[in-house]
Design a protein around this ligand. Sequence first.
Ligand code: ZN
Length: 464
Amino acid sequence: MEISFLGATRQVTGSMHLLTLNSGYKILIDCGLSYERGDAIELNDNFSFEPSSINLLVLTHAHIDHSGNIPTLIKRGYHGQVLCTEPTAALAENLLRDSVNVQLAESKSKSKNHRNGKNKPIVLYGQQQVEATLDRLVTLPFKKTFKINDEASITFYPAGHILGAASVLVEINESGITKRIGFTGDLGKLNSKIIVDSEPMPDLDFLVCESTYGSRLHTITVPAEEELFKYIKKNCIDSPGKLVIPAFSVGRTQAILFTLNQLYVIGKLNGIKVFTDSPLGILSTKVHEKYEGYLNEESKEFARNHGDLFDFPNLLVIQTESDQKQMAYHSGPSIIVSSAGMVEGGRIQEHVRNNIQNPLCTILIAGYCAEGTFGHRLLQGQSTIKIKNKDRPVYARVASTDVFSAHPDRDGLYKYISASQTGKLKKLFLVHGEEKNIEDFKNFLTKSGVNNVTIPYKGDRFLL
Ligand SMILES: [Zn+2]
């Protein structure tokens, strides 16, 4: 059989890997949107293979850089099913529908600046292709092997990361020999808020492993409640200020709301109002509530003792105009949790704009901010920042924490890989990491005694 690396090679977006069996049967693992530099439409609208030739698509998790190009694949002729876990199907429904709106908004703002060529598509796909994608989703539980045919079977293992995220074990039997190939998908860090720990796949011959934080160590080791309370105390108890937290709608928003709920229960949020302002976050919270059984033990125990995980009396979920007014006129100490995480798009932009000149406010960046994003610019510590073409002085404090990180750091990845190293691992492929990080990680692994590490380039193919 052969493996082809078609995305997330030496960068972190557009995850897509193809297994081609000797019989010609083709299994695609993930089909994510790529955000590499260049024209996003051109980059994602064409595939280096014939979509109708793919027999099966397996989706590791709902994030758009793993799922966001499936509607294009279907538009281009893919006829098969999409295997994923139940929570992934539910989250993908919200994220893919939202992806169309994001593309439309981007296309509008671009066409303001320059006209598109007449024959160029403005968006990659519409709601129709999204609905067609949702019709193809077939869900499987964790750790139940699904036999695809006489030569192939797959098993999902918990990957941590976000609700429903799976690592995929593909077992291939060719000429009487069985080979086991593991795809980690995106992994989560151990003991994270609400999400279960990842479980390494056993007895692998080959492993395709993510390397997002392969050259970095998480700095915050205290529990999330303690870390978050540090900022609450400074901004909302010691002074009547505001804490504004940009948060991704899926996973991060729920982890923060749960942490705030834990603080509420032990009486540490007295007199502090919490607002959460994210339409996609509301939908995503509902999915987390529906699939509570997939969350970790800490969350389940809290739910048994206190009921709601993501709702508490101090919280106002912004849904109506009157909620918005209530938030706008609130004068006491408050916390605002809003998306998007990198302060690019979404309601958070408004909250940052309204508070950037407020010396009693801290903007707490709780996640990764890619270079070029507004969140990244904020973290540079500039004394003025351009918002809506106007330079504004930054009087608010800007801070960051990695306590809610959704990926393991270098040591976490090493631990995971070591657990997969049962002596028979023939090759380890590193994907889903920026060029320098992934090279550093390879060097670290080699020094630590992990051999046969390969960092593929886009389009590289290997016989397994
Ligand atoms: Zn992800």
